[in-house]
Unconditional design. Structure first.
Length: 162
């Protein structure tokens, strides 16, 4: 991985629009909690996408307050997505994950509309869907109890707690 002095400090921009059958997948490079987050994004067809996980989360405050390195360029993200990446990335293995805020060009309304039509397939084809509730807080036990109760109501749902 390039050091920050070797990295292009220009902001990341999406190289092209997605075709109707395509999806972007984020690969989060291994790292220690609290260190810079380095990622790459690739474009794959929905029919032939390699295994990945999907992230479901609360967008939280819309202000872009943190950033990551994406394809060796700075990419501004919300604090909630940054927190999820810090907690979810692994120390030794890359993590392939779909996160709407990063894998969909949020400033391209046509792309957002097209990708929303595919979100059912995106989540269905994921090897695992991770629900990010944010870092621990006093309300966490109540939210977790509600999730566990909800997962028990559906015979097809499975709740994995780390």
């Amino acid at each position: 991985m390039a050091s920050s002095s070797e990295v292009d400090i220009k902001a990341f921009s999406y190289d092209r629009k997605l075709l109707d059958d395509e999806v972007r997948i984020l690969t989060v490079q291994p790292g220690e909690f609290g260190s810079a987050v380095y990622c790459t994004v690739s474009t794959e067809t929905l029919a032939n996408v390699l295994p990945y996980k999907a992230l479901s989360y609360c967008w939280g405050e819309a202000a872009l307050q943190d950033w990551i390195w994406l394809n060796e360029k700075r990419f501004d993200i919300t604090r909630n997505v940054f927190g999820a990446l810090q907690y979810l990335r692994m120390q030794k293995t890359p993590l392939r994950i779909w996160i709407d805020a990063l894998c969909i060009h949020q400033d391209d309304i046509a792309e957002k509309n097209a990708q929303v039509q595919h979100m059912g397939q995106i989540y269905e084809r994921a090897s695992e869907t991770i629900v990010w509730l944010g870092p621990s807080n006093p309300d966490f036990p109540d939210a977790l109890d509600a999730l566990v109760a909800s997962s028990k109501k559906s015979p097809t749902s499975q709740l994995l707690l780390a």
